[in-house]
Write a protein that binds this ligand. Structure first.
Ligand SMILES: Cc1ncc(COP(=O)(O)O)c(C=O)c1O
Ligand SMILES: N[C@@H](CCCC[NH3+])C(=O)O
Length: 447
């Protein structure tokens, strides 16, 4: 049954999404039905104009506040050679969390000085790779890493600019799997127990570690600014203590990412730059109160940079109607290209790319093709009548979609296209069956 007053899909006005003259969803001036035909489905479509607009909006906030800053894209949200190149062209940095992300950024020709390296268990090989590449900043996460990094720097006869990741003991309002700032967390030096200050004193003793300042990331998909403000308060207090102890002035305060985005009509986040505006004003006030020098503010948005820019196109296949229970509508992708509903109970909306403005006439649950009952992409979708072969659009899939994709059931991972100004560019090819077996070895005879 259709909910009374159910919304037509025309409320989606992310970036350049429009209903074109043919009555189809177009993104970046390109008809999405043409994209589906040319590149196949499932297909990730990125509106690069929206990504550039987000970057510009973040920059303008800092410029208006007259604060030194650095924007680093958290590339775990979506990492690919073309993405690193787009980010480099926009003149901002990126953060990486693995040797694989670092390697991809290197392949993209990303300026290494603008890279920040995160992670709670960077391996010696990854740290050596980062030192050799000339990665700009390393965010040190724990005591073992202080030792390891110092040793590896001595071996390479180099120094490194570092930040200390602080776990401020703030529980942000978000899914517990994507909370990171609470006391009971695997990330960072705990503030409350004094580990953060202990780490500071440890680092200050070591000549090869050049401490720029502190980092904190309280979690992801956060809608309220008060969590960020509580974290800022904790960090400023900590810097005040360090200043008192040794006269240390931080050059950098990195406040992480986490700015929430709209997945469904029920989500009402602030514009991403408005979170930053509030946080910057708050830090300025608090630093002044303490009589401390204002550090540069760094942010690391991932989701807010790319989530709303990404839309997945699927082809509708089979259906199973259970009167009075549920109507299942299956598409040609699922948990292999979007694990978020299964992992975080994340909600999404869908609409027909061929008729985004059509009145809904049915309620269906959109499921994938994977061999799991939990492979449900979106519950209770209000859609017009559908036929096998219709293209279903699922917006806001640009962050942690392709990035978390898998080959489960030996389904190849989708292709990714960038669209802008009427042009489409294939930036990640669809995986082939041959790709799926390229690392496999035949069984030796003695087995
Ligand atoms: C250290 C760090 N910085 C930045 C981010 C990006 O977060 P988001 O994608 O929510 O902006 C994350 C992911 O949560 C993170 O762990
Ligand atoms: N992958 C998560 C966010 C975790 C971010 C990494 N710390 C998501 O899809 O929401």
């Amino acid at each position: 049954m259709l909910k009374k007053g159910a919304k037509k899909m025309s409320y989606y006005h992310y970036g350049t999404m429009v209903t074109n003259a043919a009555g189809h969803l177009a993104i970046g001036g390109v008809d999405t039905l043409d994209l589906a035909k040319e590149y196949g489905t499932p297909l990730f479509v990125y509106d690069t104009a929206l990504i550039k607009q987000r970057i510009q909006a973040f920059k303008e906030v800092f410029e208006a506040a007259h604060v030194a800053y650095k924007i680093t894209y958290a590339s775990k949200a979506f990492a690919a050679v073309a993405m690193y190149q787009l980010i480099a062209k926009a003149g901002i940095g990126c953060d990486i969390v693995s040797g694989g992300e670092l390697y991809t950024a290197q392949q993209a020709g990303f300026p290494m000085a603008e890279v920040t390296f995160h992670g709670n268990n960077k391996t010696a090989a990854e740290i050596e790779q980062a030192i050799a590449a000339g990665v700009g900043t390393i965010v040190v996460d724990n005591f073992s890493e202080i030792e390891l990094l110092d040793d590896l720097l001595a071996k390479a006869n180099k120094t490194a600019a570092i930040l200390l990741r602080i776990s401020p003991g703030i529980s942000a309002h978000t899914h517990e799997y994507i909370m990171t700032g609470q006391e009971d967390s695997k990330f960072g030096f705990d503030l409350k127990s004094g580990q953060a200050t202990q780490a500071f004193l440890e680092v200050e003793k070591r000549d090869r570690l050049h401490l720029l300042g502190i980092h904190c990331h309280i979690g992801s998909q956060i809608f309220e600014t008060n969590g960020f403000e509580m974290a800022a308060e904790a960090l400023v207090q900590l810097l005040a203590q360090w200043h008192q102890k040794t006269g240390f002035d931080a050059q950098v305060m990195n406040l992480g990412g986490g700015f929430g985005v709209r997945y469904t009509a029920d989500d009402q986040p602030l514009a991403p730059q408005d979170y930053v505006k509030d946080i910057v004003a708050d830090v300025q006030g608090k630093m002044a109160e303490q009589g401390l020098k204002m550090p540069a503010i760094w942010i690391e948005p991932g989701r807010s940079m790319v989530a709303e820019a990404g839309t997945t196109l699927y082809t509708i296949g089979t259906r199973k109607d259970l009167p009075g229970i549920r109507n299942y509508l299956a598409v040609d992708g699922g948990m292999g290209d979007n694990i978020r509903p299964a992992l975080y109970q994340a909600k999404y909306d869908t609409f027909l790319a061929g008729q985004p403005e059509a009145e809904p006439t049915q309620k269906v649950t959109v499921v994938g093709k994977y061999c799991e009952s939990g492979d449900i992409l979106a519950y209770d979708q209000q859609l017009p009548a559908t036929q096998p072969g219709d293209i279903l659009a699922m917006p806001t899939t640009g962050a942690y979609g392709y990035a978390m994709a898998s080959n489960y059931n030996r389904n190849p991972r989708p292709a990714v296209v960038f669209v802008e100004n009427g042009h489409a560019a294939l930036v990640v090819k669809r995986e082939s069956y041959a790709n799926l077996v390229q690392l496999d070895q035949t069984l030796p005879e003695n087995f």
